[in-house]
Design a protein around this ligand. Sequence first.
Ligand SMILES: Nc1nc2c(ncn2[C@@H]2O[C@H](COP(=O)(O)OP(=O)(O)OP(=O)(O)O)[C@@H](O)[C@H]2O)c(=O)[nH]1
Ligand SMILES: [Mg+2]
Length: 238
Amino acid sequence: MKTVVVVPTYNESSNITLLLQALLKLKLPNSHFLVVDDNSPDGTAERVLDLQKKHKQVHLLLRTKERGRGSAGIAGYKQALAMGADVICEMDADFSHDPRYLPSLLQGLAHADVVLGSREIEGGRDDDRPLRRQLLTKCANFYIRFFLGLHVKDCNSGYRCFKRKVLETIDLDHMLAQGPDLVQEVLYKSHLKGFHIAEVPISFVERKHGISKLGYKHLYKGYFMVLKLRLLKLFGRL
Ligand SMILES: Nc1nc2c(ncn2[C@@H]2O[C@H](COP(=O)(O)OP(=O)(O)OP(=O)(O)O)[C@@H](O)[C@H]2O)c(=O)[nH]1
Ligand SMILES: [Mg+2]
């Protein structure tokens, strides 16, 4: 079984080397790590290329014309499928998604098609971030569950693994999201296609290095996207 872990990056030079080293240290069989970088001015891509010289499991998809968490994710999924991945995972580069949980996410695929790293189930935690941010996430989660009828507890989790057939079934050429709302769009479309979605507990921690690229603008866009997905479904367009 070939696994490709997609890591979208923008200005993550303070994290990417450590992250890739931590991922390599897991020694997961037949695993590859694909960094999708949008030509970060801080030299993230160069760090990846440095590591690639020693570790052939490290790959770089350098995008020079596009910028966005969503389109980077889609490009990563497509490249992973083209690489022949049986399982495609994705995670952030800033250690909010601790690599040590990756084995349990992968194990979860024995009984599910999609596995999410979850802060909201028993054993999961999200107490490292300011209370305001924790509350924002909880509100967004309530809103998404309500509008999209999902039974998933942590709908905002971008730490997840998919069986190949899930990403093959979703039409990646016609995704609506350009930004981080891709997380919800892919989750909802997986649900609509009838795939079994499971959650495993993770402890989500605040980034220690680098700065966040996602702000309130993305949050509002995310709320709008959820509404749009619901309406499209209602009118039979999804
Ligand atoms: N390729 C690419 N990656 C991006 C872009 N924006 C964000 N990312 C990456 O997507 C992941 C999540 O972005 P973050 O900035 O950590 O967003 P966040 O987790 O919502 O915010 P914090 O909690 O403050 O870290 C990180 O690995 C980023 O480097 C982008 O435009 N292009
Ligand atoms: Mg982050």
